[in-house]
Design a protein around this ligand. Structure first.
Ligand code: ATP
Length: 872
């Protein structure tokens, strides 16, 4: 029989579980063996062999294999053993490239998997009588789980207790309005999924209230599992830049093929041996296709993303990395992000008194009464450890009140058992209130605590005007003020709702707490300013409190405005559009206000980052260009909607992530510039020599060696450059600025031209001196291969290498050394003959060295004369 139409005790019996203590570890272990992990089946991972095989889909590899086959066939036909060297070498290079590709892909995938597991969902579970936070995949049928607003439901479960619980089930039912849930109802067997009010379903989210439930199905047995096709691995994880580069690769490929055709025809017409000209044409094609580019970009991205994890930012969607670099407005919550969220109660005001009283160990009777009410209307708890340290568990706003009560000799547990809680309306950021009903001295007392402006208007007795004054005073000292009010009721209504319970109240008093700014926040704000990024504070707190802190942090400056959510609601679109650039603080905002703020900035062409933690923040996080969820206080729903999670909930982390994002983009740009510049150089060398002199300046194997062996490592190392100093002194990159903008494309072309020229000069010198083509080719080979290594150093920064330091990127030093050795391995060893290289007089090597260093000279001069500017 289905779990929703069974009597609860019967169901718990069958699942052999205890509604309070949950399962034991042993039971859980047995069940996980029986039912498996609580996961939807994912598409099978690619094996290494599959990945290896996929490398051969690449056009370039196919061209090379064809070339190897032709060269092999001719060698067989001519029966000359020595001729086998070429096809074997091509094959070896192809296989080595495929292995590299396979390993790199595997590494990038692993990095992304590690990221995914960092953001794997968790569940609050009762095990061995204690509440634990477990990975949702560890859940088994019979587990008792706790749910609250903002959680994703981790498995199908029957409710045991519920309080104003609502669940959004659109993924299963298509209905986007949250369904009300009730543990006390029995549902008939035939009921449709949407009507099963005593059940919650895996993959749906809790939008309101709290509940406890027993897991009835996990993994593929859940309703979601039944309808889910095998989950596609990652969604489209390619960034816009990756897509553009792939496209560029295709165009260049077509261009290269055209150039090959020209060369092939010209060469044949000129009587060059068909095999030689065929192989040259093929190598040229291989040189022109920037085949390493997409792979290297992926590697740079995934390394960057790992670097970000170490700095507390988990990227959930790869394209966000690119967007981060051009963020121009950062909208941030206040509490916990800009401040420490370590609330300490410092003042209390009791209705009817002259002024406030400082909080301490021996407060007056009236203040103690106020603290008692505040504590009864709170959910958190504190534990005083042996060393005297206080551990706060739960919402710091609440634990600060609980601590103050405790200092006055009132323990929360004792208060709770003396004044039993009979009902509650949980806190939410829209109402900004929380309510409990407690039995006090034989009567039902409704206690409401919350934001002053929300509560004052609901009070019918008490001196609210005086309270407003006191609230202003405390707020100006940057205190968060919470108001407390009560009323007595005759009976507990069947359905608890705000309009009934939170009206007609008697005002009791105020408590004020400090929440000091995070020490690093001020510095981060000033970094933002320098980087052309506008910081904006968005908070649920009072406007005066918020402004006081914003001023201290440098967010609210002379001439800036602070507005409340209510004022924002009154502003028309046009008025808001005019004002948005002047508003630095939004106070008492509702989550809906956040979307409006995002959209208004976006309409001004800005790239907006927005933080959020609650379930209602999800739409704003989605609307923002970079949604940042809070790792500690954030709900599952907020994390699910965000592009990035801050594991330390810290504003400075966003700024750091932007810095990393800029660094990653800059590195990708360096790699693209390096690879394309050198590719252009190779193509020009061969093309011009063929057209001008009907000679091949580089043999196919030499070209392949340069292109596939010696320039790969420096490119990867270049992509790992540390984030350049001063990168946060530049303005953000405009939204739709392409990678080749600001003359970068032209510069790449000119640099390519330089490599071409140098190689051609080397070629001519070699021929002139030695009188044979092999001499020219040896010179051209050395100059082309090694000037590229020099170029990798040039590309490290737009600043002079004398400023950056020549050898400060250790990975590049290693890569360069290996490349030089790989060149030497074919120039100075017996392998030279097979590569068509010859030994030259010593002075010619020196001449080659001179040419190799020319790019350094040219680039340093361009940097010195401002042709290449820092920050472009
Ligand atoms: P942020 O700056 O991150 O938006 P916030 O804590 O100010 O944080 P909310 O959590 O939405 O924003 O709180 C809004 C207001 O609600 C607070 O200023 C406070 O007056 C009140 N409030 C916060 N927590 C509670 C609570 N647990 N019970 C009652 N009222 C609360």
């Amino acid at each position: 029989m289905v779990p929703y139409s069974r009597e609860l005790p019967e169901l718990l019996d069958e699942l052999k579980t205890d509604a309070d203590a949950g399962l034991t570890d042993v039971q859980a272990e047995e069940r996980i063996q029986k039912y498996g992990e609580n996961k939807l089946q994912e598409k099978k991972k690619k094996t290494n062999l599959q990945r290896f095989a996929e490398q051969f889909k690449d056009v370039m590899i196919v061209i090379l294999l064809a070339a190897a086959a032709v060269s092999f066939a001719i060698a067989v036909h001519e029966g000359d053993g020595g001729e086998f060297f070429e096809p074997v070498l091509i094959l070896a290079i192809v296989v080595a490239n495929a292995v590299m590709g396979m390993l790199q892909e595997g590494k990038a995938e692993k990095a992304m998997d590690a990221l995914k597991s960092l953001s794997a969902p968790h569940a609050k579970v009762m095990r061995n009588g204690k509440e634990e936070l477990l990975e949702a995949s560890r859940l088994v049928p019979g587990d008792i789980i706790r749910l609250e607003a903002g959680d994703f439901v981790p498995a199908d479960a029957r409710l045991i207790r519920s309080s104003s619980l609502k669940s959004e089930e659109s993924a299963l039912t298509g209905e986007s309005v949250a369904a009300e849930k009730d543990a006390g109802v029995l549902v008939e067997e035939k009921a449709a999924l949407g009507d099963r009010v005593n059940m919650v379903y895996s993959g749906c989210s809790i939008t309101y209230g709290t509940g406890t439930a027993v897991v009835t199905a996990t993994g593929m047995d859940t309703e979601m599992g039944k309808i889910a096709d095998l989950l596609e691995g990652a969604e489209d994880a390619q960034t816009p830049l990756q897509k553009k580069l792939a496209q560029l690769g295709k165009y260049l490929g077509i261009l290269a093929l055209a150039a090959c055709a020209v060369i092939f025809v010209v060469g044949l017409a000129d009587g060059i041996a068909p095999l030689e000209i065929f192989m040259t044409a093929v190598s040229l094609a291989v040189s022109a296709i920037p085949e390493g580019l997409p792979a290297i970009v992926t590697i740079v991205l995934s390394i960057g993303v790992q670097r970000m994890v170490k700095k507390n930012a988990i990227i959930r969607r790869l394209p966000a990395v690119e967007t981060l670099g051009s963020a121009s407005v950062i909208c941030s919550d206040k509490t916990g992000t800009l401040t420490q969220n370590r609330m300490t109660l410092v003042k209390a005001y009791v209705d009817g008194e002259e002024g406030t009283e400082d909080i301490g160990a021996g407060n007056s009777e009236k203040v103690r009464e106020l603290l008692k009410l505040g504590t009864l209307c709170s959910d958190g708890s504190i534990q005083i450890r042996e060393d005297g340290q206080v551990q706060h568990i739960g919402d710091p706003t609440e634990t600060s009140i609980i601590l103050a009560a405790c200092q006055n000799g009132m323990e929360k547990d004792e208060l709770n058992s003396e004044y039993t809680r009979l009902g509650e309306l949980p806190f939410d950021s829209d109402r900004k209130l929380m309510t409990t009903i407690n039995e006090m001295n034989g009567r039902y007392t409704v206690i409401v605590k919350g934001a002053c402006d929300m509560l004052f208007s609901r009070c019918v007795s008490g001196n609210v005007d005086k309270a407003r004054e006191e609230n202003e005073k405390m707020s100006r000292q940057a205190l968060r003020v919470i108001a407390i009010a009560v009323k007595e009721i005759e009976e507990i209504p069947e359905e608890l709702n705000s309009s009934e319970l939170e009206n007609g109240l008697t005002f009791k008093g105020l408590v004020g707490m400090i929440d000091p700014p995070r020490p690093e926040a001020k510095e981060a704000v000033s970094v933002c300013r320098k980087a052309g990024i506008r910081p904006v504070m968005i908070t649920g707190d009072h406007v005066v409190t918020a402004s006081a802190i914003a001023k201290e942090l440098g967010i609210l400056r002379e001439g800036d405005q602070a507005v409340t959510g209510a004022e924002l609601d009154e502003m028309g679109e046009k008025e808001f559009a005019e004002k948005v650039e002047h508003i630095s603080v939004y106070a008492r905002v509702s989550p809906e206000n956040k979307i409006r703020i995002v959209r208004a900035w976006q309409a001004k062409g800005q790239i907006v980052s927005m933080t959020g933690d609650g379930v209602n923040d999800a739409p704003a996080l989605k609307a923002a260009d970079i949604g940042c969820a809070m790792g500690i206080t954030g709900t599952d729903v907020a994390k699910g909607a965000a592009d990035m999670t801050l594991t330390d909930d810290n504003f400075a982390t966003i700024v750091d992530a932007v810095k990393e994002g800029r660094g990653i983009y800059a590195n990708i740009k360096k790699v693209v510039g390096f690879l394309l510049g050198t590719n252009i150089g190779e193509v020009l060398t061969v093309f011009c020599a063929m057209i001008l002199w009907r000679q091949t300046p580089l043999l196919s194997m030499q070209l392949l060696w340069i292109n596939l062996v010696t320039d790969g490592l420096p490119a990867v190392a270049l992509g790992m450059e540390a984030v350049e100093e001063g990168i946060m002194d530049q303005k953000p990159r405009p939204k739709d600025e392409g990678i080749f903008a600001r003359g970068f494309g032209l510069r790449i072309a000119l640099q390519g031209l330089m490599f071409g020229l140098l190689s051609l000069i080397a070629f001519r010198i070699g021929i002139q001196v030695t009188g044979e083509a092999a001499g020219g080719q040896t010179m051209a080979f050395m100059v082309l291969a090694l000037s590229q290594v020099v170029q990798a150093f040039n590309m490290r920064s737009n600043r002079s290498l004398f400023k950056t330091g020549f050898f400060t990127n250790r990975k590049l030093n290693m890569a360069a050394l290996i490349s030089v050795l790989l060149v030497a391995a074919v120039v100075f060893t017996p392998a030279a003959e097979a590569f068509g290289l010859i030994i030259l007089p010593v002075w010619m090597y020196l001449a080659a060295l001179g040419l190799i260093l020319v790019p350094l000279l040219v680039m340093e001069c361009s940097k010195a004369f401002g042709l290449i500017k820092h920050g472009e």
